[in-house]
Design a protein around this ligand. Structure first.
Ligand SMILES: NC(=O)c1ccc[n+]([C@@H]2O[C@H](COP(=O)([O-])OP(=O)(O)OC[C@H]3O[C@@H](n4cnc5c(N)ncnc54)[C@H](O)[C@@H]3O)[C@@H](O)[C@H]2O)c1
Length: 269
């Protein structure tokens, strides 16, 4: 499926680690839809992952950047603008990391240094990124910025741990900065709240397989896949969503609106 919806547009994609990554699928779709990209990830993720293959496949420039470093972000944005010879039309923030989750520390026994690190990587990085774009006036008018989030920001999912708080902060940054980016730059800022997805980050969540099945059964349309998330993001980068901003957009097969399903009642009774 390609409608060249993004023909002539230029953007930056964060977070493609390997073929399972949501950002990977999105970069592939962006390429099909006719846009040019700069791909970026943390230096360590570039060494461990396969992003170089994606850069070759999509004919994209690869610029390493730790999303917690303002210097790295400034450098990435400067290099992107000079590579494109123009300002930027779209940016995807597809970044998440919790050391507490990775090391199996429960929410009632957090290591707060790890918590701060995870907050910086997963949430503050979104503010740093938009602030750098704002100060450099690097976005084209009617540009679009999207970050990926999860419903544990708004409802309790015990195993999601400190990532739930990070996502709540991330969604708030989209609203707060979305105001200034809208008023002063004509740029929209949104978060997409995606179904559980079996990626490297997703599979780091304790009990993900059971939970994945639960969400699949609860969602009237079933879980949204990484490929479907990529399609939704394409729409958010296209000119068809120019007045959508400061929203948390659920892309979850209807999960977020379901109270209970008949199957669950039948199983309990
Ligand atoms: N997988 C799910 O179930 C799910 C559901 C909803 C939302 N999300 C969100 O989608 C986004 C992408 O995750 P994914 O599931 O594709 O997993 P993934 O593991 O493929 O992607 C996470 C990315 O974050 C990058 N990253 C980590 N630290 C970084 C840093 N300091 N600087 C720059 N990049 C850094 C990693 O290198 C990796 O590429 C995340 O925000 C995640 O929270 C995932």
């Amino acid at each position: 499926m390609s409608n060249k919806l993004l023909k002539g547009k230029k953007g930056i994609i964060f977070g493609a680690l390997d073929e399972k990554s949501i950002a990977w699928k999105t970069a592939e779709r962006i390429h099909e839809e006719g846009a040019e990209m700069v791909l970026t990830n943390a230096p360590v993720s570039i060494r461990m992952g396969q992003i170089e293959n994606l850069a070759l496949k999509t004919n994209s420039l690869l610029v390493p950047a730790d999303a917690t470093s303002l210097n790295d972000l400034d450098n990435l944005i400067e290099k992107s603008v000079s590579h494109f010879g123009s300002k930027i039309d779209f940016v995807l923030h597809s970044i998440g990391m919790s050391i507490n989750l990775r090391k199996g520390r429960s929410y009632t026994d957090l290591n707060h240094e790890w918590m701060k690190k995870g907050w910086d990587v997963s949430a503050v990085s979104f503010h740093k990124l938009i602030q750098s774009l704002y100060k450099k006036d690097a976005m084209n008018s009617w540009g679009s910025i999207v970050a990926l989030t999860y419903i544990a920001s708004q409802r309790t999912f015990p195993n999601y741990n400190d990532m739930a708080d990070n996502k709540a902060y991330l969604e708030s940054v989209a609203r707060s900065f979305g105001y200034f980016m809208g008023k002063e730059k004509n740029v929209r800022v949104n978060t997409i709240s995606q179904s559980p997805t079996l990626t490297t980050a997703g599979m780091g969540v304790k009990g993900i397989n059971g939970f994945f099945k639960y969400a699949e059964k609860t969602s009237p349309l079933g879980n949204a896949t990484a490929e479907e998330c990529a399609d939704y993001t394409i729409m958010m980068f296209s000119d068809y969503t120019r007045k959508v901003t400061m929203q948390n957009l659920f892309h979850d097969g209807g999960f977020s609106s379901v109270g209970v399903t008949q199957e669950i009642i039948d199983a309990i009774e």
